[in-house]
Ligand binder design. Structure first.
Ligand SMILES: Cc1cc2nc3c(=O)[nH]c(=O)nc-3n(C[C@H](O)[C@H](O)[C@H](O)COP(=O)(O)OP(=O)(O)OC[C@H]3O[C@@H](n4cnc5c(N)ncnc54)[C@H](O)[C@@H]3O)c2cc1C
Ligand code: SF4
Length: 273
């Protein structure tokens, strides 16, 4: 059952796509290219090269999905995003519903829609790819995530019933953020500790602005704050506070360590915990 706090989703029905276009015709639609800055323009700035789908392009691309009975796209997605369901919601014009459907499995859609290697995951498995080009799943994910960012008021997101459990997340890269998002959706109190002055991990300091704008990361983290996740920066767990202190003195029930292979050896686990 869908948790109570989620944005209401119009459940896609089998007919939502099938009524629109016969299967054979879907295969004839070419994959829609994402708009991007032209080479002359982007050579003179550092802003994002890709500009995303317009609504028209997103609709056209979404129409290509075959709604497979055994969707390899979902099987090949590391977090199991229900691709055909969110794509059907795009076809139905329910873009906020599509975003909510993605968020059931992935709390960072605007980020993964931009930098996840879809060609190795969902798009790599897409059945269409065996005959023609695979569905532009990443492009569509990015479209609905950006639409959600522009249209959803996050000031009053419904919350899950509190479980009374408290979880500390160490590190605010994608793994820490994902764990935080999943846990807060289950009603746990979640506090993220980040050693650096800003949350995001490699997303912030590794991936360049022209590929993943910092503003996108800030917005996704603001959404997580609105879900109830608390962030505390400039805290080096193992130095500023230890895991024993978190568990024994600060009342945390669990600690998730999402520090990756941090090259700054003085911060590394487990030596300093
Ligand atoms: C240059 C570069 C480009 C990349 N581009 C892509 C891409 O386009 N697509 C893609 O899918 N992947 C890409 N990756 C890989 C991707 O960034 C990583 O797989 C991902 O960031 C790992 O996430 P993480 O949360 O495990 O770790 P990180 O992102 O490294 O986050 C770990 C966080 O933990 C914090 N931390 C460490 N120790 C402590 C401590 N003791 N206390 C508190 N906080 C601590 C760190 O400051 C950091 O913020 C790229 C990686 C690099 C380096
Ligand atoms: S495998 Fe491709 S065509 Fe089939 S449901 Fe997934 S995205 Fe649609």
């Amino acid at each position: 059952m869908r948790p109570a706090w989620r944005w209401p989703v119009t459940q896609p029905t089998k007919s939502s796509l099938l009524n629109v276009l016969p299967l054979k015709q879907r295969m004839k639609i070419p994959r829609q290219h994402m708009l991007e800055q032209c080479a002359e323009e982007r050579a003179h700035n550092f802003t994002e090269v890709n500009l995303g789908y317009s609504e028209e392009l997103a609709q056209q691309e979404a129409l290509r999905c075959l709604e497979c009975a055994k969707p390899a796209c979902t099987n090949d997605c590391p977090v199991g995003v229900k691709v055909k369901d969110f794509v059907a919601l795009i076809v139905a014009g329910d873009y906020l519903g599509a975003a909510a459907k993605i968020r059931e499995d992935n709390v960072l859609p605007a980020i993964t829609g931009r930098v996840c290697p879809q060609e190795d995951h969902c798009e790599g498995g897409c059945l269409m790819g065996k005959k023609v080009q695979p569905l532009g799943i990443g492009y569509l994910e990015r479209f609905v995530a950006d639409y959600e960012q522009r249209h959803l008021d996050i000031s009053n997101l419904p919350k899950a019933a509190p479980t009374g459990k408290k979880v500390a997340i160490v590190g605010s890269g994608p793994s820490g953020l994902t764990a935080a998002g999943d846990l807060v959706q289950k009603g746990h109190q979640v506090h993220v500790f980040e050693a650096l002055h800003t949350p995001g991990g490699v997303l912030v300091y590794g991936i360049p602005e022209f590929r993943l704008p910092k503003q996108i990361i800030r917005e996704q983290i603001d959404y997580m704050r609105a879900m109830g996740v608390e962030f505390e920066t400039n805290v080096v767990v193992g130095r500023t506070v230890t895991i024993d202190e978190l568990m024994n003195e600060e009342g945390y029930d669990a600690v998730f360590i999402g520090t990756a292979r941090d090259c700054r050896s003085s911060w590394a686990f487990p030596a300093n915990i």
